[in-house]
Structures are given as C-alpha cells and as structure tokens.
Design a protein around this ligand. Sequence first.
Ligand code: GLV
Ligand code: MN
Ligand code: MN
Length: 419
Amino acid sequence: MGNSTINTVDVLGCAQEVIARCKKLAAFSEDLSGTTRLFLCPAMREVHREISAWMKSLGVEVRTDAAGNLRGLYPGERGNAPALLIGSHLDTVPNAGAYDGVLGVAMAIALLQALQGQKLPFGIEVIGFSEEEGVRFGTPFIGSRALVGRLDEALLDRRDRQGISVREAIEDFGLDSAEIAQAALTSNVLGYLEFHIEQGPVLESLGLPLGVVESIAGQSRVEFTFSGQSNHAGTTPMNLRRDALAAAAEWVVAVEKLGQNTPGLVATVGAIEAKPGAANVVAGETRVTLDVRHGSDSAREQAVRELMRQAEAISSHRSLQVRHKILLEQKSVAMDPLLAGEIEKAIQKTGCKPHRMVSGAGHDAMVLAEKVPAAMVFLRTPGGISHDPAESVAVEDVAKAIECGLHLLNQLASNFARN
Ligand code: GLV
Ligand code: MN
Ligand code: MN
C-alpha cells in the first residue's frame, strides 16, 4: 500500500458520507424526539442492520457477539493475519448527539471503503461496542469489558430500572449469554484504534482539527441511596421530617463544591430519583448517581472517600441512613506510546499539527488497553459541545481524520512488513 492509495480517494466525499451515516443512525432511537439508544434496546437492532449492510457491501463478514457488540472482519492478505481493531460504541446517552461513538464506527467503515478492496498484511476488525455510556445499568463499558474477559457474573446480574438484568437483556436481544467468553479477544490482535470527537473545547481553542490521546482520565461511579421516612407533606412539621430528598440535595451541592475547589477534579451528580415521587409526600428514599474523574487516580480516590464521608455526616445530622454501591473504579490509562507516535506522524502527513492531550471522557480504548496496544485520534468538537443534540463535527475535519487513518494504515503496513 503506497501513498497513491490516499491520493486516489475522494476524502471529502467519504467524509460527507460518514456524516450522513451518523445522522442516519441518530434517527434509530428509543424516543421520537431525539436520540436515545441504551444497551441492546430495540433501536440497536436497526443500527446493527444498517451498519451490517454497509459492511457486507464491502465483502466484510459480520457477526454480533454474545455481549451485543457488532463485529465485521475485513481479512488480511493471509488467512492467519493478525487483526487491527478499529471501532467505538453504538449506544448513546439520553437525548444524545449524532457523533459520540457512532463516528468512530463510521470512520472505520470509511477506511475499509477507501482501501477499495486492497488487502493489508493484517486484517481489520470493525467493532461497534454495545455499551460504553453506563446509562442503562449505571456502569459503563459492558461491550468492551466482554472483549477483555471482564464481563463477570456480578455485572451480568445487575438490573436496570425496569428490573431487567444484563443477562436478560442479552437473551431478549436473541443472544446467548452463555457464549460471552467467546466474545473475548484472541491473541492475534495488533492493536485497537478509536476515532472519537474530543467532546471538549481544547482542539477548537488551538485551531487544530486532530489530536492524539496520550492518556484517559480515570473515573469512579458510585450510587448512593439516602433513606429517611416518607410522610404526609401537609401534616409533618418541618422539624420532625426525615426527608431523603432534602438530604440528597444538600449532598449534591457538596459534590459540586468539592469539584469546584479541587484542581483537576470533576464531580457530577447526573441523575436523581426520589421515592415515592409525589408532590404531597416527603421523600422516604432518594437514589443519586455520582461520577468522579481526575487525571490522578489517588486524587480521584481521595475525592470519592471525602464525598462518602460527607454523605454520612449529612445523613447522620438529619437522622437518616445512607448506603452506597461502587459501580465502577476505572483507573486512568496511558495509550500505547508506539501507536500514539504513529498517529502523530500520520496527522503530520495530513498537513495538520498533532496535539497530544488527555481525555477527560471515558472510552472503550481505556478498557481495550488492558490487553492490546490501544490509541485514539480526537476530532475537534465545535463549541466543545457533546452529550447534547447540538453535538457536531466539521466535514473538513472528518476528511482530515480519514486522511490520517489512511496514512496510519500505510505506516502500520510498512512496519509490519519490516518486522
Ligand atoms: C462517556 O461518554 C463518558 O462518560 O465519559
Ligand atoms: Mn463516546
Ligand atoms: Mn458519551
């Protein structure tokens, strides 16, 4: 594969198609008013059907593994060639944009298309992960955890708000949860590459289309349940209440304060559910989520401990109980330096300046990095807006990302031939 391959590809046309495809997939949603696609919901079936058709038209063999990941293998020159994995996730947050996750899968297919049938010394496995956001079950990376052999019994038993377990969701989708182990990576993997929007303002502020991710910040997710006493809102005097929602509210503000006062820390309560949930009933129980992130694992762990202490103090002061459940302790992860170096070179070849950066968002790459060399390319995100329908990406930046991807494949093919 030489540079001529890149010259003959209409990258702008490919980029327009990538964007059109992301927009098309955004219409497959659990609600009609926007894009919401949680782990293995019915709309995910339509996404699989659509992406499978794109891949099959390129001669790619497509399957869905038992964790619900959509996987297409574009074979290498030889039957036993190792595979480079390229992908991202297909689930979304509620009321999402069109590009978070899906762009990385559409990019992978655009690269295969640009190869025009040409085979490389390695195969390319496109992966559309079933779950990365952690919305349905409160804990993320269900898809990628299956690939590294970490989708364990406890996680399979976890239930969503409707009482459906991960295992049942898998069976309901027509998959066999007993086959999860077969979703795990084999040893014949060259590495994992993920294209993703930055989801922040850094590249835009620097006037740069593409970035190289050096590391991904760690994250903790913890669920807290404050328990008091539900009672009549009209007859219970203020000083005799054990209001679980008021206690949670006091703690939510404490979470925000700690985030504001600790350099590098972001701490978020993104969901709250009060029971029984009626205007004329003092809440007896309130469940809240906590998401804490920091580049330093020890700073993150210390912040989580402090927030647990504050939840206890607030509850005890109000004669309530609080309990917590740790749903995720994901350490910060360095990307593979060799692969990141190759990405940097590939970006330079597109005429752009590569910017090395830390990702504050979590990505499947941080899980894959446990087993294989993993690296990421970030695309500038207009206005830094993500996890919102206003999320966007410029067609020229997608074109640069495709160019970068083709240079990278070229470099990896040359390196492979040399070794
Ligand atoms: C994924 O979008 C995350 O929460 O970082
Ligand atoms: Mn994402
Ligand atoms: Mn996301």
